[in-house]
Design a protein around this ligand. Structure first.
Ligand code: CAA
Length: 291
C-alpha cells in the first residue's frame, strides 16, 4: 500500500520529532494533540530543529520550507479521515493509549494502518482494543528523532506482512534503518538500555558514585555520548519508570525492579529536562547535579 498522508497523535517530544522527519520525507502530516499549547510548542520546536539542520547544511532551506508546508496541526481526530497511516505517540500509559485508539476508530478509513510509538507496551494487547489487529503494529522511533537512525518495527501476534512491509517502506523513505523486534516487554532497545539506566540510579542510591562520577565513567569509560543519568533526564524519568514497570511486571523477574530513588524523583515531579529538574538542574546556563 502506498502511504501518502500520516496522522501523528501526541505533539510532545516524540510526536513533534516524528512529524518533523515524516514531512522531510515528503509525507503530508496531520499532527494532533488535545492541548493547543502543546501544538504551538511543537510547531515552534519543529521550525527550530529544521533550522538547526539547515545551519549545519544537512538539509537546504528549500527542503525545510517544503517540510513546514506539509504539516497541519489539529486538536480534532476528525481530521484523520483521509490518513493512510496513524502513529500514536501519546504518553506511555496503557489506558490512555487504549482510550485514544478507541476514539480514533470512527474517524479513519478501513485501509488505514494503525501503529504505536510505544517504547514498551504489548503491541498485541493494544491491537486487541482496535477493529483491525492485522493492520496494527509498533513503530518505535528514538529520541531525538531527527538525529537517531533507528526505528524498531514490532509485529503483534495478528499483524499481517502487508502492514509490516508498508511501515518498512516508510522507514526506508525517511532514510532511517529498521530493526525488527518481537512483541516482548520493551522490545530490544529499551530491554537493554533501561536496566542499564536503572542500574546507574542504583549506583547513585547506594553511594557507589556521584551523579557526575557515574556519568563521566560511562561517557569516558564506555564511549557513550551521554552518561546514563543525563540520558534518563533526556528521555524523562516518568518514561524510564513506566518502562521499568512494564519490564518488571511483564517478565516477573526481580532484576527489573525499578530503583526506589527513580520512583522518588518521579513522585517529586523531577522528571528531567522537561521539568528543568531531574538528576541535573537545568535552570541555569549549565546543567549541574541537582543533589
Ligand atoms: N533536531 C535536529 N537536530 C538535532 C536535534 C534535534 N532535535 N538534536 C540534536 N541535533 C543535532 C545538532 O544540531 C547537532 O548537529 P551538527 O552536528 O550538525 O551540528 C547534532 O545533532 C549533535 O547535537 P549537539 O551538538 O547539540 O549535541 P551532542 O553532540 O551532545 O549530541 C545527542 C546530542 C545527539 C542527543 C547525543 O548526545 C546523543 O546521541 N545522545 C544519546 C541519545 C540516545 O541514546 N537516544 C536514545 C534514547 S532511548 C529512546 O529514545 C528510546 C525510548 O523509547 C526511550
Amino acid at each position: 500500500m502506498q502511504i501518502k498522508k500520516v496522522g501523528v497523535i501526541g505533539a510532545g517530544q516524540m510526536g513533534n520529532g516524528i512529524a518533523h522527519v515524516l514531512s522531510l520525507g515528503g509525507y503530508h502530516v496531520i499532527l494532533n494533540d488535545i492541548d493547543k499549547n502543546t501544538l504551538e510548542k511543537a510547531s515552534h520546536n519543529i521550525k527550530n530543529n529544521l533550522e538547526r539542520q539547515v545551519n549545519s547544511k544537512k538539509i537546504s532551506a528549500a527542503e525545510s520550507n517544503a517540510a513546514l508546508k506539509l504539516i497541519d496541526y489539529t486538536v480534532s481526530l476528525e481530521d484523520f479521515n483521509e490518513v493512510d497511516l496513524v502513529i500514536e505517540a501519546a504518553t506511555e500509559n496503557e489506558p490512555i493509549k487504549q482510550k485514544i485508539l478507541n476514539s480514533l476508530l470512527t474517524h479513519i478509513q478501513p485501509h488505514t494502518i494503525l501503529t504505536s510509538n510505544t517504547s514498551s507496551i504489548s503491541i498485541t494487547r493494544l491491537a486487541s482494543c482496535t477493529d483491525r489487529p492485522e493492520k496494527f503494529m509498533g513503530f518505535h522511533f528514538m529520541n531525538p528523532v531527527p538525529v537517531m537512525q533507528l526505528v524498531e518495527l514490532i509485529k503483534g501476534i495478528a499483524t499481517d506482512q502487508e502492514t509490516y512491509d508498508s511501515c518498512l517502506q516508510v522507514v526506508e523513505k525517511l532514510g532511517k534503518t529498521a530493526a525488527s523486534a518481537e512483541d516482548f516487554p520493551a522490545f530490544i532497545v529499551n530491554r537493554v538500555l533501561m536496566p542499564m539506566i536503572n542500574e546507574a540510579v542504583y549506583a547513585l542510591y547506594e553511594g557507589v558514585g556521584s551523579v557526575e562520577a557515574i556519568d563521566t565513567s560511562m561517557k569516558l569509560g564506555a564511549n557513550h555520548p551521554m552518561g546514563p543519568l543525563e540520558l534518563a533526564d533526556f528521555i524523562g524519568l516518568d518514561t524510564c519508570l513506566a518502562i521499568m514497570n512494564v519490564l518488571h511486571e511483564g517478565l516477573a523477574d526481580t532484576k527489573y525492579r525499578p530503583c526506589p530513588l527513580m520512583t522518588k524523583y518521579v513522585e517529586a515531579g523531577w522528571l528531567g529536562r522537561k521539568t528543568k529538574r531531574g538528576f541535573y538542574d537545568y535552570t541555569g546556563e549549565q546543567q549541574i547535579p541537582s543533589r
